[in-house]
Design a protein around this ligand. Sequence first.
Ligand SMILES: Cc1ncc(COP(=O)(O)O)c(C=O)c1O
Length: 355
Amino acid sequence: MHDAATHASGNPSSMHWAGRSARRVLDDARDKIARYLNVESGCLVFTSGGTEANNMAIFGCLSAAKKGKVVVSAIEHPSVLQTITYWCERLGHELCLVRPQKNGQMDADTFCAQLDERTVMACMMWANNESGVIQPVQHVVEVCKKSSIPVLVDAVQALGKTSVDVSALSADFISFSAHKIGGPKGVGVLAVRRGSQLETWALGGGQERGRRSGTENVPGVAGFAAALGVLHYADTQVVRDGFEKKILASMPDVTIHGSDVERVANTSMFTVPGMDGETLLMQLDLAGFAVASGSACSSGKREPSHVLQAMGVNDRAARSSLRVSFGVEHTASDAEALVDELVRIRSLLKHMAGL
Ligand SMILES: Cc1ncc(COP(=O)(O)O)c(C=O)c1O
């Protein structure tokens, strides 16, 4: 990224030498990302992140479609759920949300049963960002293809954590984000299958083959390509599994969500009964641990996670939940220290509450 920012600081659309050197960096990075994803480089549209890639696919697909039905899994990231809801309302499409099973995995047949001749788009994420549970995207894409239904697969959490082959999946649109694999924030990419209909998202200078105008973020894209070379997320499984084993041994009433189905290696979401997740989060933060809770702040109110709700977890348990994502830098002793701290905080809080 440093090289791209200093030695290739021209505008990649400019004809002069400085522009040409920026264009070379951009093209090289595009080729590297395309090779990694096993897709033609011309299918990639760079964006400002996963959110924009999802918005681009949803707007680009729905605005070109005749009025119909959109089938979406209920556990999508807000950048899919909110965008779909907005455009369905604006364009008059019917929205059909499909809930997963209790273990957080969508039943492919239940999802596909909602597809009919009126369906103009389907969306299913590859791996869930809260539970880490891997979804049956391959099966759903195959069924959709038979009926020529365009599909968006949000692969932001799958990249680097499970094997991702864009050509083999063959979805119309697949979104990715660099910062989920240790790359820079503010860079993403949408892989658009050759022949898929996509209305232009941003008009202007005609960059990205006219699909998304705006001068490309050359250092960011270079950083995205560089990050692909240093992925070792599979190694985090040992640390995550050790963490879960220890937490269950220390606090047997803890529930780990999605533990009986395939998950990405680094994620753990669990409920600590009787505890407020936000309080645990803040106490852990004071001790130097950065974790997330099972609730999100929306319009000043703390709402339980829509993912846990869709999995049938009651609001109280959802509010008592935490999410931990292990990075490649974490060790088994980090995981043990986290469990020890959780046990300490829990007994302290119980003591203070006079329980
Ligand atoms: C599944 C999923 N999709 C989309 C996004 C949005 O990506 P970005 O932060 O690059 O906009 C995220 C980010 O957390 C995510 O987890």
